[in-house]
Design a protein around this ligand. Sequence first.
Ligand code: COA
Length: 237
Amino acid sequence: MTTPLVLLHSSGANATLWDRVREHLTSVPVLVPDLPGRRGVPWPAEESDRDVAAYARFVLAFLDREGVGPATIAGASLGGAIAMQIALEQPRRAVSLGLIGTGARLRVLPAVLEGLADGVRDTIDVMVNAHAAASTTDKDRVALHRMFDSTGLEQTLTDLRACDSFDVMDRIGSIRVPARIIAGNADVLTPLKYAQYMERVMPGARITVVEGVGHALPLERAQRVAAELAVLWATTS
Ligand code: COA
């Protein structure tokens, strides 16, 4: 495959997070894997530490199987962390990065980790509310709920624990490829400050701020996200 655009989903989600974005990317070769632990995708047996580095190895093995060398790698939240990890560990595999609602350090609210660990189903409602902004529609809330329910509490906890231990704040200055950062200014899970830090530290990074949107950019602003990623892909593939 020619240099594709790879889309990596966020914690508790799956590849369907990108369905609306893909509708606007008809002329871009796109690969959208499910991360492991959901929708029948097993964790590789050798991965006992399920940290962001393990997710990055999973994605690189997926790209190997698809015959992909370099790619534009874009991700939302956890997916963006994985994209940065790949750029740090295997710089030749990432010709450019799309960093959507994410950050170089992703500590998670202890109440969310504890609620998921204790099997408290209401924690899903807490997560949906934390993703949303005032403008989030009921349809989008239902879509988020459905994804988290499908992934389940245990794997969602694994995803969020990986985020919680992720911290490359002192390393990302070495990432020099073009990076398009897209951030909602109403995002309480990965505040705008996180995006501004990445732009300040990464020499190839440029930020786009989307007004009034929270942590569900691929659902709520699919056309905008697709347009930004299409330009990034076209100028760097
Ligand atoms: N980029 C830039 N700055 C960052 C950062 C990032 N990715 N991550 C943390 N920081 C900053 C914080 O703003 C803070 O700065 P300050 O001391 O000037 O206020 C400092 O680094 C320490 O923050 P943090 O590591 O988050 O620790 P904390 O103990 O202050 O807060 C939480 C812990 C969990 C309460 C907080 O991280 C939070 O509210 N997180 C968002 C909620 C969440 O669960 N997000 C999920 C992400 S997947």
